[in-house]
Design a protein around this ligand. Structure first.
Ligand code: ADP
Ligand code: MG
Length: 255
């Protein structure tokens, strides 16, 4: 039991420290950050001209995603899932509506602005891996770091490739790797810059169920460690079930 004097001394020291180091800010900030909206779409739509007139691929999508969330996007083939993902990742531009990423309006940016934002905040994993065929596993993972002028590119790439179980495959090119190994390289490449948001379009779609389960495990381990916001398109019920929230698209609309 502390004496009253010690208790008062302690209280005074705490108050002094709060004033000196702005401690309340340090403690309160993370609480605010977990509630922070990282992506917001309003009335988002995409239409493309076709021989038979305008084709509406997406219409009136309103979506709010908070930092650290994990969200699964499901729906039939052709329902607009990949289009929605590409729009939110700044890989495609909408016909109408707004997309805010971390408070910045994506539709107000040109391609250079979007590229910079992607490099700073976003990682993307494709169903078809999309590794550069002429580069080794190491070089593929180092690439986004080198684009960002990171002097520790080699060290970070090697560490993450070890992490995904590919320590013995660093110098292999994609052709010399199995599908599951290629997807692990793609995952390492997407995570190596420690992006705030990771988009993955059917990341287990081309993998057998056991390899797919390993990829799912890795995604959520890295998500938990780095507080990455995960946005996944999937047909895989197991993968959707691991996400905090699932949304469904039908003919380009949220249902
Ligand atoms: N650039 C485009 N031009 C014409 N049609 C497109 C284009 N992009 C996508 N589509 C069509 O829009 C629909 C939604 O595509 P997509 O977003 O890839 O669906 P999902 O990923 O849910 O399978 C599909 O019918 C597709 O054929
Ligand atoms: Mg798709």
């Amino acid at each position: 039991m502390l004496s009253p004097k010690t208790t008062i001394d302690l209280a005074v020291r705490v108050v002094e420290n709060i004033a000196k180091y702005n401690v309340n800010k340090i403690f309160i900030m993370p609480i605010i950050e977990t509630d922070q909206v990282i992506i917001e779409t309003r009335n988002l739509g995409k239409s493309v001209p076709t021989a038979n007139g305008l084709l509406h691929i997406l219409s009136s999508v309103d979506l709010t995603i908070h930092r650290g969330d994990s969200l699964a996007i499901v729906g039939a083939s052709g329902s607009g899932k990949s289009t929605l993902l590409s729009l939110m990742a700044g890989l495609d531009t909408p016909s109408v509506g707004s997309i805010q990423i971390n408070g910045k309006e994506l539709t107000a940016m040109n391609e250079d602005g979007r590229a910079l934002l992607r490099n700073q905040l976003i990682g993307f994993v494709f169903q078809s891996f999309q590794l550069l065929p002429g580069l080794t596993a190491m070089e593929n993972v180092m690439l986004p770091l080198e684009l960002a002028n990171d002097k520790q590119a080699e060290h970070k790439a090697e560490r993450l490739l070890n992490r995904v179980g590919l320590a013995e495959r660093l110098q292999h090119t994609p052709r010399q790797l199995s599908g599951g190994e290629q997807q692990r390289v793609a995952l390492a490449r997407a995570f190596v810059t420690e992006p705030a948001i990771l988009f993955a379009d059917e990341p287990t779609g081309n993998l057998d169920s056991r390899t797919g389960a390993q990829i799912i495990e890795l995604l959520f381990q890295l998500n938990a460690e780095k507080q990455t916001t995960l946005i996944l398109v999937t047909h895989d019920n197991e993968l959707a079930g691991r996400c905090q929230r699932t949304i469904k698209l039908d003919a380009g609309k949220l249902i």
